[in-house]
Design a protein around this ligand. Structure first.
Ligand code: KIV
Ligand code: NA
Length: 277
């Protein structure tokens, strides 16, 4: 399944089937996602958690996102690429946000940026970026960058206050120009309602079956971390276990002098060697 040309936003929006998005953080991640034929790749700031080993996404910098975004793009030149704007990079004024978004687009070759929330400040940024040619993906529901202020990493929209805020936030993001909206960790019925109310597609994670698309963190679907499966994800492989076992087997063979063998070694002519003695 090879695609010849990168799909445009209108082509993505016309898709009959659910949109498929996965995260990627490096060259092989981009390569595998593109070869698998996903519709969109997200260089998520989940980078902080799953690749850089931070406790949250807050320490992730613009430089980190650009560094990893470039690597993903080298692996996935033909797939629609979205890069997250990290914590604190779109809250210091519209001009500053525009400048940073342009850096992401120009330096990584991304097709769009994503940012969390629907505060008046964020909506103003979305409006300015989209009117000036930077496509934006919105993100409501659970928002990891501000989870501490939201009372931790918790499902949002279970009560009528946060449900209304999530619905109105998604509508406001659409009105501000977002071309799609990620719904994270909200009840399935709320996600269905939001999906019916929006003209632009919704992409869910922990938001049920009735979104216009789904996104997963690749490390979750690949099982890179062993241990309990997350409720919102499905593990399609056990890459963590396979990796650990492979490295352990290599270590054992080195210690038993079973690796490398002659097949892994280079030969030279005897007369050349004789001159060294
Ligand atoms: O950073 C990320 O991986 C995300 C997805 C979970 C949507 O924002
Ligand atoms: Na993110």
């Amino acid at each position: 399944y090879a695609r010849r040309m990168k799909r445009s936003i209108p082509e993505l929006l016309q898709s009959e089937q659910p949109l498929v998005m996965v995260t990627a953080y490096d060259y092989p991640g981009g390569l595998h996602a593109e070869a698998a034929g996903v519709d969109l790749i997200l260089v998520g700031d989940s980078l902080g958690n799953v690749v850089l080993g931070y406790e949250s996404t807050a320490p992730v910098t613009l430089g980190d996102m650009i560094h990893h975004g470039k690597a993903v793009r080298r692996g996935a030149p033909q797939t629609f690429l979205v890069v997250d704007m990290p914590f604190g990079t779109y809250h210091t004024g519209v001009t500053d946000a525009m400048r940073k978004a342009v850096r992401i687009i120009q330096e990584t070759g991304a097709d769009a940026v994503k940012m969390e929330g629907s505060t008046p400040e964020v909506l103003q940024v979305v409006d300015t970026l989209t009117r000036n040619g930077v496509p934006v993906v919105g993100h409501v529901g659970l928002m990891p960058q501000t989870a501490t202020a939201q009372g931790g990493l918790r499902v949002q929209g279970k009560d009528d206050d946060t449900a209304r805020r999530t619905l109105e936030g998604a509508l406001a993001l659409e009105a501000a120009g977002a071309f799609c909206v990620v719904l994270e960790a909200i009840p399935a019925r709320l996600a269905k309602l939001i999906t019916e109310r929006l003209r632009v597609p919704t992409i869910g994670i922990g938001a049920g079956i009735n979104c216009d698309g789904q996104v997963l963190v690749t490390h979750d679907l690949l099982g890179i971390y062993e241990g309990e499966e997350k409720k919102i994800a499905r593990r399609y492989a056990e890459v963590g276990r396979v990796s650990r076992e492979a490295i352990a087997q290599y270590a054992a063979e080195v210690r038993r002098r079973e690796f490398p063998t002659r097949e892994n070694s280079f030969v030279m002519k005897d007369d050349v060697l004789d001159k060294l003695y």
